[in-house]
Design a protein around this ligand. Structure first.
Ligand code: SF4
Length: 278
């Protein structure tokens, strides 16, 4: 590790320590009152990730996955904010993965969870990383206030290898999901994004739904979304953004995949919900 002022390099990834002005932000996401994002940018560097388009810092937005800002004062801010704001549900994290590798060192998520849960806030965690298992000791005693969701885009590690560039493989996520469920916490599966030609086939759908069934998890699903920052990725997978966003073919594609997914969920007794209403 080499340092330069408030920056640290670990391999090719540059970490920059910043001071935030607030910890909790209002969330417009369903079921969430607040969002807590200790990091700006995400090491996992998924090619389909549109979180970058909500990033107001240019460096992590334009070098997504290779530059990550760390809000070093977020726990102190949070300690003061939980005394002032109305209690509610907090999403960790809404525009980054809370359990990206640097969290193993900084422990900002762990410390934030302790503050939130002791203050009576509900926490909703979404991750692709088994690192969440580290925090079961503080989550389990508050099981009525905790939900943990894992993004499972396929049960076959090879399907999105190279797309979910640095994320732990689905098999590791599934093993971690089982352990979280076995600890007694409420779990859910996020099947998304569903991408034309990559993970929209019956075998993939059946595999992901089966994981939800085995872990008694609700399954939320969502589609590949287009933002200008993803034009290159669309090119790589051979999709025209214009046709994808406005074309009739993709309206029909979405409808037929959704029908198939709902049918498989019904057959397996899995509760299946669109992640977003649009
Ligand atoms: S893990 Fe989530 S936030 Fe991180 S790059 Fe992938 S999609 Fe984006």
């Amino acid at each position: 590790m080499t340092t330069s002022g408030e920056s640290v390099f670990r391999g090719v990834v540059k970490y920059v320590f910043i001071r935030a002005s607030s910890a909790l932000s209002k969330s417009g996401l369903p079921g969430l009152d607040y969002a807590l994002n200790p990091y700006v940018g995400c090491y996992h560097k998924c090619s389909y990730c549109y979180a970058r388009s909500y990033c107001r810092f240019e460096e992590p937005r334009t070098h997504w996955g290779d530059v990550i800002y760390i809000k070093k004062n977020i726990v102190d801010l949070l300690k003061s904010e939980v005394k002032r704001v109305r209690s509610g549900s907090v999403g960790l994290s809404t525009i980054t993965d809370p359990y990206q590798p640097i969290e193993a060192l900084t422990r900002l998520v762990r410390k934030s969870l302790e503050v939130l849960l002791r203050a009576g806030f509900k926490v909703v965690i979404q991750t692709k990383s088994p690192l969440v298992l580290r925090d079961l000791d503080i989550l389990v005693p508050y099981k009525n206030l905790v939900e943990v969701g894992f993004t499972i885009t396929s049960v076959d590690d090879s399907v999105l290898r190279g797309v979910e560039v640095r994320a732990p493989p689905p098999s590791a996520r599934i093993r971690a999901l089982v352990r979280v469920r076995d600890s007694g916490l409420t779990t859910w599966v996020f099947f998304g994004p569903i991408i034309p030609g990559l993970n929209d086939d019956l075998s993939t759908i059946e595999g992901v739904v089966e994981v939800a069934r085995e872990t008694n998890s609700t399954l939320y699903y969502d589609w590949l979304r287009y933002k200008e920052e993803l034009r290159g990725f669309f090119g790589v997978i051979g999709l025209s953004p214009e046709k994808y966003v406005r074309g009739r073919d993709f309206v029909n594609w979405r409808r037929s995949v959704e029908e198939l997914l709902v049918k498989v969920c019904r057959e397996k007794g899995v509760v299946c919900v669109p992640a977003f209403s649009d």
